[in-house]
Design a binder for this molecule. Structure first.
Ligand code: ANZ
Ligand code: ZN
Length: 855
């Protein structure tokens, strides 16, 4: 008997498919297109289970769509710039390029061993000059319309190594990963992309993304953070200056009891009393080294100080004190806040700490105003309500009062309505080597000058030293930095910052449509044919930044008339995590590798303590990972694919279990035996044309399953239930004895075709064993024979007075009258009606006949 030898079969078919060019993208197809895309990997050096899950999901979709007759684009590439390559250079003296290339080679081979139907001819690598030439070109398009600009911004500064650190190089306590020094903030002139110009557009178009998870859309919405409110001017007492604040609650204007400026607000030193200035300087410096998260944390006291200045409330005429506080950020709103302790939680806390008055101006609708105002508040009342203590606005409801206050402010030129977004411009400068060089030259006469297109790509120099200390590696390369100005020829300096790698990945999906084009970023017709991506699959960790940046890039390119789509990704699937069984010693806090633990009674091999066992995302630090390579070697790619798809719906977390992997391996072995038994035992006798009842039943099962699997794939990518149906089909065929029936053959063909997107190798092998010459992956997805679904006979329940007395078989298409007649004339019916008379008969079509009898 022939044996299912996974390695042999999988190798053979992977090579054969490559030889036949099965995965090549059809060019100039008249067929409807389908663009299936996985988020491309960072070439860290090793494929992990999260990758496997991601790419297998997309592959099944791509294969399914091909069988359905679509012309499919399913590409792959490498998000290949970034910090780890540079760290490898610092730690091990291997060049970032070499390190990256080695990793790519290894991971490509691993991906290929999964049997992914990827068109490798379109492979892109973001660190190759042929790709980043166009990243640079794109940057210049932003630059030319004023959407790429420079401004000062803070970076993490390591005072020991005298170098800029990426956020990932600063631990949660604020210390450098390398020197251990307390990291400081330092201002540097850096490049930004003006994503805020697109905020409204990015927000509105979330509504058009019907195929995205609501959770992702909500995260994007919150990130963009649109607030409707007002700017209101507060004149500074005894000066001609005034402070503009941003508030979302202009209805609480009469409740203002103090004002707060961001410590670095430009007016602070101008209006502060001289005797306060020393204190202010000290405070501002302290705050400057805190992160935004520390500054706005809810669980800490709100640090702030009085600066010895007063402002006038332009509505009430009240004189109120001015503070600076760490919780007010300079770059949100106007960097100044009116404090309304009665109606804002943070203001309430601040006022309590600073012993500032609390003035109630909003009360719940229908409540007694005297009662509420006299009560000393225990917490802020932050809801809307009826306005009190507010002169002409008294009695209004909050929403109306907001409008009325804004109208009044506008009329008296002391304020106006204002829309505020939380999103900031995109800081793209990195003081790093292993990134896309920014194609700009700084000339003391001409300012910033774009490198002419003809000189792109501006390649990264190779003779670089990596020490991790001092200025960025590019800055040290004098012969690279010092160049003539392209404009006037005077000696000038290159920009030495490189770009955030999120830029590389924000447009890569378009490059796949024409990845080898050396004349243009892509051919507009090709991009037009393939874009947008029909199905994008990736991790939810990219729910905000990557997806937002891609959406921004897409909208920019649309405005530049390079493409004609508004959104890059029509449908988005965010796959769940792959979790491994994790053992933790709660006493020592240490994780114990699972191969050192007896899973029945987990104890610490060193201390003997009982261990806590739970599932958690696979990671090196928790010793709970399963190496895809091992699974592939032991069971083959098809089993690995089947398991990963069967164990959980794609958007849910998946708990790795070796026994369930075994289960899928056994299933594939059953399919193997089933088909080989069929091949060995069938004879080629011609069959009678009319089907027996058993054959009809089998045919109905087959087509019901085709229908179910198709729906599972078409509607929500419920691969797990689809595979359960395939297991059912193999059982049905296994139980059917007449393998010479033409229906049996139909079942075997359906089983293999339906299985082929999931387990592409074994289904191809068995397909060829059946004698077919053309690849199974070039076949058609089976269509449902609706005729076959119709039942010939149905089982009808017979009842008397609602009590079941027995069942009969009846033709499926019987009318109610016919059913009643059949029921009366059946043995059960005759016995029932022997003595009694019928008052009424109730018939439920296809199901039931109930006789109501006269007693
Ligand atoms: C007075 C007020 C009264 C406020 C009240 C709220 C409730 P969102 O919704 O996030 O836009 N704010 C304004 N600028 C700020 C800054 N730079 N740093 C810290 N806080 C700032 O929040 C807008 C509200 O956050 C504004 O409305 C302001 O406080 C505060 F019962 O003004 B509000
Ligand atoms: Zn110049």
């Amino acid at each position: 008997e022939s044996q299912y030898k996974t390695a042999e079969i999988e190798n053979k078919w992977q090579q054969e498919w490559l030889r036949q060019g099965l995965d090549k993208t059809p060019e100039n197809s008249e067929k409807q297109k389908f663009y299936a895309l996985s988020m491309f990997p960072y070439p860290s050096g090793n494929l992990h289970m999260g990758h496997v899950r991601n790419y297998v999901i997309t592959d099944v979709i791509a294969r399914f769509k091909r069988l359905q007759g679509y012309s499919v684009l399913h590409p792959m590439g490498w998000d290949a710039f970034g910090l780890p390559a540079e760290n490898a250079a610092i730690d091990r003296g291997i060049s970032p390029e070499e390190w990256t290339k080695k990793n790519i080679a290894k991971m490509r081979q691993q991906l290929q061993s999964l049997g992914l139907s990827i068109d490798w001819e379109r492979e892109i690598t973001t660190c190759s000059p042929s790709y980043y030439k166009w990243t640079q070109w794109l940057f210049l398009q932003f630059y030319k319309v004023g959407l790429a600009y420079q401004k000062e911004a803070t970076v993490n500064w390591d005072p020991v190594d005298q170098t800029v650190l990426a956020n990932e190089q600063v631990d949660t306590e604020g210390y450098s990963w390398r020197s251990g020094a307390k990291v400081e903030k330092k201002l540097l002139c850096q490049w930004f992309l003006k994503i805020t110009d697109y905020a409204e557009y990015l927000l509105n178009d979330l509504n058009t993304l019907k195929g995205w998870p609501d959770s992702v859309k909500l995260m994007q919405k919150n990130w963009i953070g649109k607030s409707l409110g007002a700017h209101i001017q507060f004149p500074v007492k005894d000066t001609k200056k005034s402070i503009s604040i941003f508030t979302t609650r202009p209805d609480t204007i009469y409740g203002v009891t103090y004002l707060v400026l961001a410590p670095d607000h430009p007016l602070v030193m101008t209006i502060a009393k001289p005797e306060h200035k020393e204190k202010i300087r000290k405070f501002t410096q302290e705050v400057a080294n805190e992160s935004e998260i520390e500054r706005t944390a809810d669980d800490k006291p709100l640090k702030g100080i009085f600066i010895g200045a007063e402002v006038i409330n332009p509505f009430s005429g009240d004189e109120i004190p001015v503070f600076i506080a760490s919780y007010v950020l300079l770059d949100y709103g106007t960097g100044a806040v009116m404090g309304v302790p009665a109606h804002d939680n943070r203001d309430f806390k601040f006022a309590t700490e600073q012993q500032l008055p609390v003035k109630v101006v909003v009360i719940p609708k229908n409540s007694n105003s005297r009662e509420t105002t006299q009560l000393s508040l225990k917490e802020a009342y932050i809801e809307s309500g009826t306005i009190i203590n507010s002169e002409q606005f008294n009695g209004m409801y909050s929403e109306d009062a907001k409008a009325a206050v804004i109208e009044y402010a506008k009329k008296h030129s002391i304020g106006e309505a204002k829309v505020q977004y939380r999103i900031r411009d995109w800081l793209i400068s990195r003081q790093r080597y292993w990134g896309c060089p920014i194609p700009i030259i700084h000339c003391s006469d001409c300012g910033t000058v774009a490198i002419p297109d003809s000189q792109l790509p501006l390649e990264l120099p190779k003779n670089v030293e990596f020490t991790g200390r001092g200025s960025s590696p590019l800055e040290g390369l004098k012969e690279w930095v010092n160049v003539p100005c392209p404009n006037c020829g005077k000696l000038a300096k290159r920009e030495t910052d490189t770009m955030d790698t999120f830029i590389d990945s924000s447009w890569y999906y378009l490059r796949y449509t024409d990845s080898k084009n050396s004349q243009e970023i892509f051919n507009p017709d090709k991009a037009k044919y393939w874009a947008p991506v029909d199905q994008y699959v990736g991790g939810v960790e990219h729910a905000i930044l990557h997806l937002l940046y891609s959406r921004f890039l897409t909208k920019f390119l649309k405005n530049q008339k390079l493409i004609d789509i508004n959104e890059p990704f029509k449908n988005l699937l965010t796959q769940g995590m792959v979790q491994g069984i994790t053992y933790k010693n709660l006493k020592t806090g240490k994780y114990i590798p699972c191969d050192q633990v007896n899973s029945a009674k987990p104890t610490d091999p060193v201390t003997g303590d009982d261990l806590e066992a739970f599932y958690e995302k696979m990671s090196k630090s928790k010793y709970n990972g399963v190496d895809p390579q091992e699974v592939l070697e032991k069971y083959g790619a098809d089993t690995a694919r089947m398991f990963i798809l069967f164990k959980a719906p794609p958007e849910k977390d998946l708990e790795w279990s070796s026994s369930d992997v075994e289960g899928q391996f056994r299933f594939l072995n059953r399919v193997w035996r089933l088909v080989h038994l069929y091949i060995q035992n069938k004879n080629n006798k011609t069959q009678s044309k009319t089907l027996t009842k058993n054959e009809k039943d089998l045919k109905r099962s087959i087509h019901t399953i085709i229908k179910e699997v198709s729906q599972d794939l078409e509607e929500n990518y419920q691969f797990n239930t689809a595979i359960a149906e395939l297991m059912k089909l193999s059982n049905v065929l296994n139980d059917f004895k007449d393998i010479n029936s033409s229906v049996y053959q139909e079942g075997i063909v359906a089983l293999l075709t339906l299985l082929s997107p999931f387990a592409p190798h074994i289904s191809e092998e068995l397909w060829h064993s059946l004698g077919y010459k053309e690849s199974i992956h070039l076949q058609k997805w089976p269509s449902v024979d609706n005729q076959a679904l119709v039942l010939d006979e149905v089982t009808i329940v017979i009842q008397a007075m609602g009590k079941t007395k027995g069942t009969i078989q009846a033709p499926a298409n019987s009318s109610n009258e016919e059913l009643e007649k059949l029921a009366r004339n059946s043995e059960i019916g005759k016995r029932l009606l022997n003595k009694k008379e019928i008052k009424k008969t109730i018939v439920v079509p296809q199901k039931l006949v109930n006789f109501v009898l006269i007693n």
